[in-house]
Design a protein around this ligand. Structure first.
Ligand code: SF4
Length: 389
């Protein structure tokens, strides 16, 4: 692992997107493999001090503060921080970055603990998009997922939060053991009664190393059949599109004008800053990821050493392949002439074999200048897009 990473030195232009990772949660849900710690709140003050160090180190030599178009504070559960610690977090960010007029400033939150005092701190510090991890409006499903809120609490929180920050996004999970198609449809219809402008729907995954992975392998957690999960995904598309939400990415739906601009930076294969444990950045053609261990990240910065686990300088071909993979996740697909102009390469010379194979199998389709996933391709999007790497 490199320990002598120099500060960011980009040439003329800088990324205009910023990600900050806050790795604290009330409880570690059994399916989650994000970078986080639960029941370690005594580390929060140290985290804030080390975050300041990381900003100071990485931004050394760059204009201060630097203007960006989007900021995304993710986790973990950023709103697990107390109102006072949240204010300290914003103070750190605002010292180094300033949001351009009309910019998007998102934060992830959970319904539990999202009190008026916290919402006031968020609003007063410029947050204009709230991404809530609700997951379901079925209490049995919430219990299986080990979530700490009830459906009723989630509904009340969304309504209250929208009075502070009107642009609310909600995450839902389908394919949960024991969940029925009816329960999923009821969750969708309950959500559509609430003031939300953006919805993400994710199929439950069993990530290696998680309690859910072990329980599924041991047979104490029964995975839903693939065809039921596919039915749920299709039901989500049909219901949300009928309700006026545009399906703009494999897992994401938005009312007109409310796509997540920060995530669009990722899907456009554009560059972005990132700070905090486990945070991944893309700057100057280099992708690098901070240590996922929160304690390792803290200890490293305590002795003024950056803590990275992966670092890769992308070749022109790598960049082009990544761009295909990322843009294919969007419903509009890949605009072939723009791609070829940007990367100075012929799409078919680079990825002709994979394209021909997936067109033949009905997983991709070409419509005019766009190449995109078909309905069948969407169901196995991850494996299709990976073939372009
Ligand atoms: S609250 Fe969210 S980030 Fe925290 S453990 Fe649960 S799923 Fe993961």
């Amino acid at each position: 692992m490199p320990n002598d990473i120099s500060p960011v030195t980009t040439s003329a232009a800088y990324p205009t997107a910023l990600y900050v990772h806050v790795p604290f949660c009330l409880h570690h849900c059994g399916y989650c493999d994000f970078t986080l710690v639960a029941n370690r709140d005594h580390l929060i003050p140290e985290y804030l001090r080390m975050l300041e160090k990381e900003f100071a180190h990485r931004q050394n030599g760059l204009p201060q503060p630097l203007n960006v178009d989007t900021i995304f504070i993710g986790g973990g559960t950023p709103t697990h921080l107390s109102p006072r610690d949240l204010q300290s977090l914003f103070d750190v960010i605002h010292r180094w970055f300033v949001l351009n007029d009309g910019g998007e400033f998102s934060i992830e939150a959970n319904p539990d603990g999202l009190c008026d005092e916290r919402l006031t701190v968020l609003r007063d510090n410029g947050i204009n998009r709230l991404s809530l991890g609700v997951q379901s409006f079925d209490d049995t499903v919430l219990k299986t997922l080990e979530r700490k809120h009830t459906a009723a609490e989630a509904s009340q929180t969304i309504q209250r939060a929208a009075t502070f920050i009107p642009n609310v996004s909600v995450d839902l999970i389908f394919g949960v053991p024991g969940q029925t198609l009816e329960s999923w449809q009821q969750t969708l219809s309950d959500l559509l009664q609430l003031p939300v402008r953006h919805i993400s729907t994710y199929g439950l995954t069993y990530e290696q190393g998680t309690p859910f992975f072990r329980r599924a392998n041991a047979g104490s957690l029964k995975r839903l059949p693939d065809d039921l999960e596919a039915q749920m995904y299709r039901a989500g598309m049909a219901t949300l599109e009928t309700a006026g939400f545009e399906h703009y990415e494999v897992s994401n739906f938005a009312l007109p004008g409310f796509q997540c601009r920060h995530n669009n930076v990722y899907w456009d294969a554009d560059e972005y800053f990132a700070f905090g444990p486990g945070a991944a950045r893309y700057i100057g053609g280099v992708r690098s990821t901070n240590c996922r261990s929160v304690v390792k990240w803290l200890n490293s910065w305590k002795v003024d050493q950056p803590c990275e686990e992966d670092r890769e300088e992308l070749s022109p071909e790598d960049k082009a392949r990544e761009a295909i993979m990322l843009s294919m996740r969007r419903m509009q697909g890949l605009h072939i002439p723009s791609f070829e102009k940007r990367f100075q390469v012929s799409l078919h010379a680079l990825a002709g074999d994979a394209i021909v194979e997936h067109l033949r199998d009905g997983l991709l389709e070409q419509s005019g200048d766009f190449l995109r996933l078909t309905d069948s391709g969407l169901l196995i999007a991850d494996s299709v897009v990976c073939d372009f790497l």
